[in-house]
Design a protein around this ligand. Sequence first.
Ligand code: 13P
Length: 369
Amino acid sequence: MEQQPLKTQELMETAKALVADDKGLLAMDESNPTCNKRFAKLGIPQVVEARRDYREMIVTTPGLGECISGAILYDETIRQQKKDGTPFIKVLTDAGIIPGIKVDTGAKDMAGHPGEKITEGLDGLRDRLKEYVQMGARFAKWRAVIDIGEGLPSRSGLEANAHALARYAALCQEAGLVPIVEPEVLMDGAHTLERCFKVTEETLRNVFIQLNCQRVLLEGMILKPNMVLPGLACSSNKEVKEAGTGEQQHQARLADRPPEEEQDADEVADATVQCLLRTVPAAVPGIAFLSGGQSAELASARLNAMNVRFKSHRPWALAFSFARAIQQPALEIWKGAEANVEAAQQALLHRAQCNRAARRGEYTAAMET
Ligand code: 13P
């Protein structure tokens, strides 16, 4: 079979559209086990109907398309419809939101590498991508997981994950889908910000070596990295100090947080952008961060600080592709009840608006009051 030429122009245009107008991505591609875990914590039934209702609440949020450029769906969700029978894909497209799809099949234990994971899903991927394209998807996502620990990550763990990401990205582009390349260095652990910097730098170096080896068009992809942060169990981590409910965190912020918080955001912004400047080629149109377990407010504040401090000093757009940092407040309000849909949608839209403001460097703590 003769290979089709790469749809270079289309890939470049989609990638640009995903980070245009200060918008960002909404990751709503939790696998069923992950979604069920989050539902269980709030006493929501862990069944397909509840997952569908939840996703309908999200995709029908009025005004979402003003802040969200693309939504990443899961295999179950991309096949679902609203209660009135309208496919979610159509709801999103009508709202001006580009539909995307998570295509990896999860991070599994890596043989011979205790404590490390390798993401699976390459077998049969070419055919699965074809089906998603027919359904209307225009971009895809694959997440690699890098854990920091004693002697971890290993060189071979980094190389194997980067190689899989690059193989996936090449197959996506062949199918006409923009690959979101997501190497996530996890926040779990007691490591310092400096160690996260080193591991993220090493990870991204490997990723771009492999992307180049596999002839991936850099102009036709989006990078989805972690921010450079201290580990959750590190004493300098803001999340530790802020542990508590969203409301408790909010009260703490209103009390005396802003100066200290600004300093934290500046530190994270400087470390993150310095790391990216060293490793990410200027040809990549956009970098859309994952939130990784940061609170919604800290994720916005840190993205904002990057866009303020490096406004004219960076070659790519600095955007967001958050799941928890956009969805969590809305999920906690929704709790599975039809009566809470409107309030949950307002909370979702509010987070999307905060993050759009953060892209412009216009987010302030006052937006949270
Ligand atoms: P979080 O923003 O919750 O880290 O999720 C992003 C994501 O898409 C994980 O793959």
